[in-house]
Ligand binder design. Structure first.
Ligand SMILES: [Zn+2]
Length: 176
């Protein structure tokens, strides 16, 4: 549901609190499929000045993907502060060629602002490059490393005490 900004249009310069929930579709990010558990929540204030809508507050969401190390399911709490500008649809300023990634180009239509594009942009940009199931997840490589260390310990025993191993054998012979 778009945000009703009619109060802001009626009283330019006044701020109004808002809370919006936006449902985001699963996204392909860094080779993983990220789903958003529950709605993305946008909470803050809005204000219209000179027909430009200003929106600021916090976005919170829970992103679910897979651990970059062990491929088990992993989730990531997304929390990001935002401050964005919306122009009346069709009246957005032209993008500067040196600012291709400028995000402040959202539009509102009549008395409504669709917050979906903003929520999607903010939430995806906030995702980590590598999601982990737990902060110290070692994954299968960690298991392998552990085995190699154990193996190395046994070899250390042999090289450090070759004679004690031999003496044990000799003692056995004498006992017979
Ligand atoms: Zn993991």
């Amino acid at each position: 549901m778009p945000l009703d900004i009619s109060a802001g249009l009626r009283s330019p310069g006044d701020s109004f609190p808002f809370r919006q929930e936006v449902t985001l579709e699963p996204q392909q990010v860094m080779g993983d499929t990220i789903t958003f558990k529950g709605p993305v929540v946008l909470e803050g204030q809005f204000c219209v000045t000179d027909r430009v809508l200003h929106l600021w507050g916090d976005l919170t969401a829970t992103a679910q993907g897979h651990c970059a190390n062990c491929l088990e399911p992993a989730s990531y709490p997304v929390r990001v502060a935002f401050s964005e500008v919306f122009f009346p649809v069709g009246q957005q300023p032209r993008e500067e060629s040196d600012q291709p990634d400028d995000l402040d180009r959202f539009a509102y239509d009549g008395q409504e602002a669709d917050l979906h594009p903003m929520a999607l942009t903010l939430a995806v940009l906030e995702l980590p490059i590598r999601m982990l199931c737990k902060p110290d997840c070692d994954g299968p490589l960690g298991e392998l490393r552990k085995k190699l260390t154990q193996h190395a310990d046994q070899e250390d025993m042999l090289t450090a005490h070759p004679f004690s191993a031999l003496r044990q054998l000799l003692n056995k012979d004498q006992e017979v």
